[in-house]
Design a protein. Structure first.
Length: 420
């Protein structure tokens, strides 16, 4: 008997289905508005994979005896892919909210012992069990809000043992939770406090010790650096990213978030898969990214939650023909656990159209984390990762602000969240 528990599931009577089926490659320009929309659709999943997408009646005829989910005219979209998170950490920085409201900048909060260094202290002090419980709790909440794939960065250990421990937890989460997890090494998130007087020594430690250890244990797919004044200079970042590359980790770059510091140019130079933030990138840098095939990951939640940071000009980037993906930037600075709200922010503050924002949160985000062959669209051969939403029209996702529209989350053909 082919049971639902083994990933055999039929969904019928889908009112609107966004498939995002389309040509190979991340979507750019006007192609970002192409939804692959079907009406009165059905989806068949067998052994966790999508085997048929078509008119509801036809799909029903092909699948007798299978467990059936009646969508009753509701909306189905691919599971969200969150292209940028720092979800593995201990503690909380809710006390910094008041500082932000009083006008303290990210840099000032950091100088007073808050920010990343505070989370590094909390994370180092946590037992492995406690760190895992806190991280898994967050990941279960993002799953119930519709995220079925997420990139997760290390970066709150900032020493050999701390970084390896975080990456182990991140990799284990992918094996133990109904979530595709893409681990990224980000030992260059900040210079740890103990190296503050000699940051060069930390760059050397990263290159000579930590990156080779991460690489030999196969714990991360990408290597990311925060290129910013007070964090890592462009030349240091290049050295770190080249070392990561030599260890089999493709570069990602936190680029031009607070100041224009050549992040986009560097991302293009090292052929990064993505450059993220891009608030203050030069046109030369963006054009270089376009030529290098680097995807832009935009994070409107960070602007929403960080004092003094504007929103990115998404249309400048889309008009240059660069594919745009979205991420939550879930972190202690920007504790945002729902991609539904990221899509809302992308529309209201980045002025992306609902179609563009949804493309950026699904298929383009899948390209941004290297999962494009498996997820991000509802097509035959891909994993059965999708959401049944309590809505009739996809535009309700950004429009109904901060609502949780998720009715059912299907992961690999198995119902993992259900409100029915
Ligand atoms: Zn980040």
């Amino acid at each position: 008997m082919r049971s639902e528990a083994d990933g055999n599931l039929l969904i019928v009577n889908v009112g609107q289905l966004l498939t995002f089926a389309g040509p190979e490659g991340p979507r750019s320009g006007s192609a970002m508005r192409s939804l692959g929309l079907m009406k009165e659709a059905g989806i068949l999943m067998e052994d966790g994979l999508i085997t048929l997408v078509g008119p509801s009646r036809d799909v029903m005829g092909e699948a007798r005896g299978l467990e059936t989910l009646d969508a009753r005219g509701r909306l189905v979209i691919p599971g969200f892919v969150d292209a940028h998170t720092h979800a593995a950490f201990a503690g909380s920085r809710h006390n910094e909210l008041t500082d932000k409201l009083e006008g303290k900048s990210y840099a000032e909060i950091a100088r007073e012992g808050g920010g990343i260094q505070r989370t590094v202290r909390d994370t180092r002090a946590a037992t492995e069990d406690a760190l895992k419980v806190e991280t898994y709790g967050r990941l279960r909440r993002i799953i119930s809000a519709g995220t079925t794939s997420a990139e997760i960065k290390s970066g709150y250990g900032l020493n050999l043992e701390g970084e390896l421990r975080l990456l182990r937890i991140i990799v284990e989460a992918g094996a133990e939770l109904p979530l595709n997890v893409v681990p990224t090494f980000m030992g260059a998130h900040a210079v740890p406090y103990e190296h503050r007087k000699n940051p060069t020594a930390y760059v050397e430690e990263l290159v000579q010790t930590i990156i080779p250890a991460v690489s030999s244990q196969g714990l991360a797919r990408y290597c990311d650096v925060f290129v910013e004044e007070g964090f890592f200079a462009k030349d240091e970042a290049r050295t770190i990213l080249e070392a990561g590359k030599a260890g089999g980790m493709r570069p990602k770059v936190h680029a031009d978030e607070i100041t224009s510091c050549g992040g986009a140019e560097l991302a293009a130079e090292v052929e990064a898969i993505t450059a993220d933030h891009l608030l203050h990138s030069s046109t030369t840098g963006l054009k270089a990214m376009k030529r290098a095939g680097t995807i832009a990951v935009l994070l409107p939640g960070t602007s929403f939650s960080t004092a003094g940071i504007p929103y990115c000009d998404a249309h400048r980037i889309i008009q240059l023909g660069i594919p745009v993906a979205l991420g939550s930037d879930l972190s202690p600075n920007s504790w945002l656990e729902t991609m539904q709200f990221v899509v809302t922010l992308a529309c209201y503050h980045l002025r992306m159209h609902p179609e563009e924002a949804l493309c950026a949160a699904t298929i383009n985000a899948a390209w941004a984390v290297g999962l494009e062959q498996e997820v991000g669209s509802i097509e035959e051969g891909k994993r059965g990762d999708m959401l049944l939403l309590d809505a009739k029209d996809y535009r309700e996702i950004p429009y109904r602000i901060a609502s949780n529209l998720v009715d059912t989350v299907v992961k690999d053909g198995v119902v993992v969240v259900s409100r029915q």
